[in-house]
Design a protein around this ligand. Structure first.
Ligand code: HEC
Ligand code: HEC
Ligand SMILES: [Ca+2]
Ligand SMILES: [Ca+2]
Ligand SMILES: [Ca+2]
Length: 463
């Protein structure tokens, strides 16, 4: 009896000493989610790392032969391509954006928003004309295609140079703190032929490439059932899938990769990266991206430049990188942040849990994992809009980004630039850019006390 009184007295004391203006003080944490089950963020492909190798480690459950294939893919991902003819890694360009996968996805992570927009970087501009083609596809711009290659090999001319200007936008939080966001406005200059006035531009930064084999294996049924196209549950959020053209199967399929879910699978995504980003032809895309342009045809009879084996190894590599486990999951602030993440409506799009179906790669088969994405498109408002449709994704829609591993961004990549063009300089800025279907979530965030805001950030940084 006496003991019990002393104990409650102690509890009251704790409440008062650390919780003055804090709505959510719960020293026991009983109201906060238990994050233990989310520790294995990548199911059995999870690794425990808080180092700069956090994104670039093979899944620990690969078989011996799978691991050796992964390691071959690792070399291919790092290979620097050079001008043809050459004995190895031949065929860069003639027009391109960068010369290796790793140069845009450093340490298998994300590129920084470029300091020098003219230089080779992890940022590229897609382009198209208004409307859509017979396969629902964006319409290529005559002489420029669907992506602007701003680099070229010796004796060739890039399609154009990139330019960027910044607009400053102030966001004031309820507690008076002001954040100054930077909005990049991209354009092109010095085109090799005139660039049409009505051509649309979509800036894209290179995202991290770990854990993607798991995302690729979420079943079509699960994805289709998670849509809420007409917002029938009335929560203001209406995610839907993108459906995109697969040039190999000659069919429309669910879009899964790219910032607008514009690629159906990792094979198409990687094959497109070789041909568009680096100018390396392959069996999926056997022609140089600029073959019908005066600046983009090298007249060499060497297509396809890439062996099928290298393409498949690179795909296998992006399927089988380990997912880093969250850190500090027992920390009370982190758990409080997880509760806020759900209460604020963040978790409605950044769905914590997903599962894979069967895969020939046994390491990926039937895994429960925690990517924090619903893989659906959402209207994110005018501020983030690129106004360029990409299959079903309209100019305001983007695919929910996975948040797993996000807390290691600085350790791995030495910056904390987020969103599709790297405009946000930290996680708070990324949240303040949310609008459209995420407007409520953002307003909820802006109302938080400093302490609650910090708990939310601590949770996101624990991922
Ligand atoms: C010029 C920079 C650049 C190069 C070079 C590059 N990428 Fe990318 N990568 C990007 C960008 C930008 C995106 C986002 C594309 C989009 O939204 O459509 C991306 C997306 C991806 C994705 C999808 C990630 C996701 O979460 O949706 C994969 C996988 C990928 N790249 C693999 C590769 C491979 C493999 C190579 C080498 C063959 C490569 N990339 C070369 C810039 C690059
Ligand atoms: C309506 C769906 C939706 C809601 C609600 C939502 N997000 Fe997002 N989130 C997205 C989409 C889509 C993106 C990518 C937007 C872009 O890059 O233009 C994103 C991007 C992010 C990013 C940057 C990720 C990266 O890899 O660059 C962070 C961090 C983030 N969200 C956190 C939050 C938090 C915290 C909340 C709650 C306050 C929240 N989100 C609510 C859909 C949503
Ligand atoms: Ca080439
Ligand atoms: Ca082009
Ligand atoms: Ca809804």
């Amino acid at each position: 009896m006496f003991k019990k009184v002393v104990f409650s007295f102690l509890l009251i004391f704790l409440f008062q000493s650390c919780g003055d203006d804090n709505e959510y003080v719960d020293v026991t944490g009983k109201d906060f989610p238990d994050l233990t089950e989310r520790l294995y963020a990548g199911g059995k492909t999870t690794i425990f790392s808080n180092t700069s190798n956090g994104y670039s480690t093979p899944a620990p459950n690969l078989s011996g032969s799978e691991l050796s294939r992964h390691l071959e893919g690792d070399i291919d991902f790092e290979s620097v391509f050079v001008t043809a003819p050459a004995n190895i890694n031949s065929g860069l360009g003639p027009i391109f954006n960068n010369s290796s996968c790793i140069s845009c996805h450093p340490r298998d992570g994300r590129a920084a928003h470029p300091q020098n927009i003219q230089a080779r970087s992890g940022l590229l501009l897609r382009t198209s004309l208004p409307g859509s083609g017979s396969n629902g596809n964006p319409i290529a711009v005559n002489g420029f295609g669907l992506q602007i290659q701003n680099q070229a090999i010796f004796n060739f001319q890039p399609e154009a140079e990139y330019t960027v200007q910044y607009e400053e936008i102030a966001e004031k939080l309820a507690d008076g703190t002001i954040f100054y966001l930077r909005k990049p406005i991209f354009n092109v200059t010095n085109p090799y032929i005139s660039f049409p006035d009505n051509a649309l531009l979509s800036p894209r930064i290179a995202p991290p490439v770990f854990g993607l084999g798991l995302l690729e294996l979420i079943s079509d049924n699960d994805l289709i059932n998670s849509q809420d196209i007409n917002d029938s549950n009335g929560d203001g959020i209406s995610g839907r899938l993108n459906y995109v053209w697969n040039p190999l199967t000659q069919q429309t399929e669910i879009g899964k990769f790219g910032w607008k879910a514009n690629a159906p699978n990792l094979l198409i995504q990687c094959a497109a990266a070789y041909v568009e980003d680096m100018g390396i032809t392959n069996y999926v895309f056997p022609q140089e991206t600029g073959h019908d342009q005066s600046n983009g045809n090298d007249h060499l009879n060497d297509d396809a430049e890439l062996s099928d084996k290298i393409l498949h190894n690179a795909v296998f590599y992006t399927r089988t990188l380990a997912v880093p486990a969250p850190r500090n999951i027992a920390d009370l602030d982190v758990r409080k942040g997880a509760k806020l993440f759900a209460d604020l409506q963040c978790a409605t799009c950044h769905t914590p849990k997903q599962q894979t179906g069967f895969s020939e790669i046994s390491a990926l088969s039937f895994q429960t994992f925690y990517p924090y994405t619903d893989q659906l498109l959402h209207d994110m408002g005018e501020g983030l809009a690129d106004n360029r449709p990409d299959f079903l994704a309209n100019g305001r829609e983007w695919k929910t980004r996975p948040l797993w591993g996000i807390g290691l961004t600085f350790v791995v990549n030495n910056h904390t630039h987020f969103l599709h063009d790297g405009r946000a300089r930290n996680i708070t800025e990324a949240i303040l850019w949310h609008g459209g279907e995420a407007e409520n979530a953002k307003q909820n965030f802006k109302k938080l006390s400093k302490e609650d805001r910090e708990a939310l950030l601590k949770f996101i940084n624990s991922l």
